[in-house]
Ligand binder design. Sequence first.
Ligand code: C2E
Ligand code: CA
Ligand code: CA
Ligand code: CA
Length: 273
Amino acid sequence: AKGAVGERICTYEPGMDETARQRRQLANDLRNAVDRHEFTLLYQPQRLLQTGELSGYEALLRWHHPRRGVISPNDFIPIAEETGEILTIGAWVLRQACIEAQHWPKEQKVAVNLSPVQFRQADLADTVRAILLETGLSPRRLELEITESAIIADKLRALHCLRQIKAMGVSVAIDDFGTGYSSLDTLHSFPFDKIKIDKSFLLRAENSAQARAIIRAVLALGKSLEIPVLAEGVETERQLEVLQKEGCEEAQGYYFGRPARAPSLSVSRAANS
Ligand code: C2E
Ligand code: CA
Ligand code: CA
Ligand code: CA
């Protein structure tokens, strides 16, 4: 579970051995998971709020563990990052997303999450290029989502890498904006194509004036830097109304559609109906 390492240092409780043992077991199981075809991708729609148009789908990874059933990425990505297995898994995700997107009825974008560990590889741009060539997906249809933690360690190298990726025609979104290390400086100096406001702000928006103020501030920032903003975690009509009133360009969330095995052919809910 989250924070297990910290807990082990502060208070040693019985049961911690069990947590560590389970973690080791999962780390071990992860090593064969790609080869055993235990991963699948789900896709969640992203909508333009002005027109209601479906602009793309975010690929979200699921692990079908042979004994434990479906495991959420929050529970295994950190382990895979620790062991380095994320590189194999991440390459699989990228390739699989490109392959599947080729079969969609319309040429929407596919957004793929990149771990900071992947982003720190010197050959990331080469990997992306090779997978695009191999799968034949147009670079214009690929968007990579990175968090700011991916760039803070070595900003110059990150900038170089981003430029290489963008030169191919692939777009890059900054994910979970507003949390963690987010700073105006990064946003200003990196060529992002989209800002994704973290869903925690929208979840709190109805009860927290502060959360609403942050959403408004990020939207204003996007406007002045001319970077479109996507709000994550839209669950209710009320939240959607707030976003539309504030001039948010794009949104994603259960209100428009849950992550699903394939893009739904039917248009579920139009943003402006
Ligand atoms: P994320 O990139 O911020 O993805 C959004 C998460 O919010 C997803 O959780 C999605 O299912 C969930 N979500 C979408 N709409 C709503 C909503 O309306 N309300 C609420 N409460 N949640 C919503 P999921 O699929 O469990 O993924 C969790 C995290 O795992 C992702 O957060 C991302 O950081 C990571 N992840 C997922 N797939 C991959 C992957 O292929 N590679 C890497 N490196 N990380 C991934
Ligand atoms: Ca994401
Ligand atoms: Ca996010
Ligand atoms: Ca996240």
